[in-house]
Design a protein around this ligand. Structure first.
Ligand code: 6PG
Length: 250
């Protein structure tokens, strides 16, 4: 049975970042108390960057950095030093500014010339980290995601092949409209998480958010709709502008 969707309607973008930071601290405390470690997947985009900055400043003392393990739910086909690298963004905004051991940070090896090699290598890294048997899907404690105005999340773009994936954890996904491959977590991996948190702000997201939460369009046209953790929480942190097309009752 799928868990219910929780929509946290906040006022400003800053309120979204603060509420999400509180959720990260809460999830980290719970995971460390129960399992001795907190495994989180970060995303790219401008919204999470503000959250990472906040975590590295306001929440720095509240987080158990030595027990936190960082992965990425998607990556562009660039080396880690590239301005487009999601790893580089998180590194600059947060990871280089907090006492997290370098060995706790697992970036996508996106500098590999073949994205399929990079995806397979990242899948192996995950399988090793979680000590998985063949066919097992790991449970992240928290996966942070954003929503693109076209309904994409991670690098699961509308009507792309990765949406069909049933067994792999990470794949290379050709995105025709960007004329590029992206490396992305698959739906089975996202939907196995203990908690998935979407962060979004701004009126340019309002129509996509309405469609994802309340519209009739099929999931392959709005891939964020397909993210429904089977036994985990799903929380949407949205500001007033992003929520402006949602029904008042929500
Ligand atoms: C990426 C992301 C992507 C992002 C959304 C929203 O690498 O681009 O992981 O899925 O989260 O496009 O991005 P913004 O927060 O910048 O709007």
């Amino acid at each position: 049975m799928k868990s219910p969707v929780e929509v946290r309607r906040l006022t400003t973008p800053q309120d979204v970042f603060h509420a999400a930071a509180e959720e990260v601290v809460r999830a980290a405390d719970e995971a460390v108390a129960e399992r001795g470690r907190f495994v989180i997947a970060l995303s790219g985009g401008s919204t999470p960057k503000n959250l990472y900055t906040l975590l590295a400043t306001n929440a720095r003392a509240a987080l158990p950095w030595a027990q936190m393990f960082f992965f990425w739910s998607d990556e562009r086909q660039v080396p880690p030093t590239d301005p487009d690298s999601n790893y580089r963004m998180a590194q600059e905004a947060m990871l280089s500014r907090v006492p997290v051991p370098v060995s706790n940070v697992f970036r996508v090896p996106a500098e590999k010339p073949d994205t399929e090699d990079a995806a397979l290598a990242y899948e192996r890294i995950l399988r090793q980290f979680f000590s998985l048997q063949a066919g097992e899907i790991p449970r992240f404690d928290l996966i942070l995601l954003g929503l693109g105005p076209d309904g994409h999340t991670a690098s699961l773009f509308p009507e792309t092949a990765a949406l069909e994936e049933k067994s792999r954890l990470v794949v290379a996904n050709w995105v025709e409209k960007l004329k590029t491959y992206r490396i992305t977590f698959t739906l089975p991996l996202l939907n196995a998480a203990r908690c998935v948190a979407f962060l979004m702000s701004g009126s340019e997201k309002a129509s996509a958010l309405h469609e994802v939460l309340e519209g009739d369009a099929p999931g392959e046209k709005y891939p964020a709709k397909l993210v429904r953790p089977a036994e985990g929480k799903l929380i949407w942190f949205v500001d007033r502008a992003a929520a402006s097309e949602l029904s008042a009752a929500r």
